[in-house]
Ligand binder design. Structure first.
Ligand code: SF4
Length: 349
């Protein structure tokens, strides 16, 4: 179900906007009603109860996988038995999925292998924040899990808006990730809602990029950078770029020199993450020494770098890997660890 459809049902049964606002806030903030919560009109009570039942059936957490770095990978089962990954991050953040599968098909990514299976609804997107709040306080949401957000644009923008209005998360802590897409860029230009932006670049070479992202026709890197500059001014916060480090693909001197040239006079952050091993893939990470060398050279040349080098490769650490393992295991019916139910709301009785 979509956020708008729920609101329509509530309003058709006599709810005012203020009732709707409280309904959403209580759910996404996992709060109980207080004395100041407005009483729901008599004729709307059954619809409110029905919508609460629907929300409690949105997802079940069927796997909790803690990592040594403090993150917690979750697998959520949706109403139609599709599985998605949500990662509760150290430092009160959560990384959420926007699609089941993904059409971009990045060669080094497990999610990309399945192609696009289905879009998530805006409610399913925000429900992952609801799920994460069972474990930690959440004040940052990164749309960087399974899926390419620009391929589910309307729902992603609805989710951004919902989390800012009801979820107590500032726009600059709502980070939408993309491989670069004109439709998303056009939408962000005209939208009053200005989330932070993360762009997955991986290489400065357009031809190489086409091969790494075979499911789409990628935007040229120079057009992506032009938009990043424009948006950094519009949104007033620096753009983040993702660079998955791949041995013998994007770790040579030319790539490093081209990156340095691209970063000249730019206020952008480069996140370098060594690739995670994916079954059936030949991609590996550069040696420790090479990664350190690249990081040193970039820093010396004033590239604002965040470089995460976990010495050991995390088991199921890459996007979509835990889901893939769970799918293999799921012969018997999965048993929910926790469900999406919210505490009973006396105002709705
Ligand atoms: S890395 Fe992201 S964009 Fe690429 S296939 Fe995986 S989910 Fe899609």
């Amino acid at each position: 179900m979509e956020i708008g459809a729920v609101e329509q049902q509530l309003k058709e049964h006599g709810a005012l906007q203020t009732h709707v606002d409280h309904f959403w806030r209580q759910w996404i903030l996992r709060k109980n009603p207080t004395a100041r919560t407005p009483r729901v009109p008599e004729k709307a009570k059954e619809t409110f109860a029905e919508m609460n039942r629907m929300l409690s059936g949105l997802y079940s957490v069927i796997e909790e996988n803690p990592s040594p770095d403090g993150s917690l990978r979750l697998v959520l089962r949706l109403f139609d038995n599709q599985l998605i990954e949500t990662v509760v991050l150290p430092g009160n953040g959560v990384c959420i999925s926007t699609q089941v599968g993904c059409a971009v098909g990045c060669l080094f990514c497990m999610t990309g292998k399945s192609g696009l299976i289905r879009q998530l609804t805006d409610l399913e997107i925000v429900s992952q924040v609801h799920a994460a709040r069972q474990y930690r306080k959440i004040n940052k949401v990164v749309f960087m899990g399974m899926g390419e957000p620009s391929h589910n644009l309307r729902r992603v923008m609805n989710a951004v808006n919902f989390l800012a209005v009801y979820g107590a998360i500032g726009y600059k802590n709502l980070v939408v990730s993309t491989v670069g897409d004109k439709r998303l860029f056009d939408e962000l230009r005209k939208s009053k809602v200005k989330p932070a932006l993360a762009i997955s670049l991986h290489t400065t070479d357009d031809e190489k990029r086409k091969k790494l992202l075979p499911g789409i026709k990628p935007m040229p890197v120079n057009e992506i950078m032009d938009f990043a500059d424009e948006y950094a001014t519009l949104g007033a916060y620096p753009i983040q770029f993702q660079w998955t480090l791949l041995k013998d693909i994007n770790d040579d001197e030319k790539e490093v020199d081209d990156l340095i040239a691209l970063w000249k006079r730019r206020r952008a952050i480069l996140n370098m993450i060594p690739v995670n091993f994916v079954e059936g893939n030949s991609f590996t990470r550069p040696s420790e020494e090479r990664m350190e060398e690249i990081a040193r050279k970039l820093k010396e040349n004033h590239v604002l770098l965040k470089y995460r080098n976990s010495a050991a490769q995390e088991v199921d650490g890459g996007c979509g890997q835990l889901r893939a393992r769970k799918l293999k295991e799921l012969e018997p019916e999965p048993v929910p660890v926790k469900n999406g139910s919210i505490s009973e709301d006396p105002a709705l009785k």
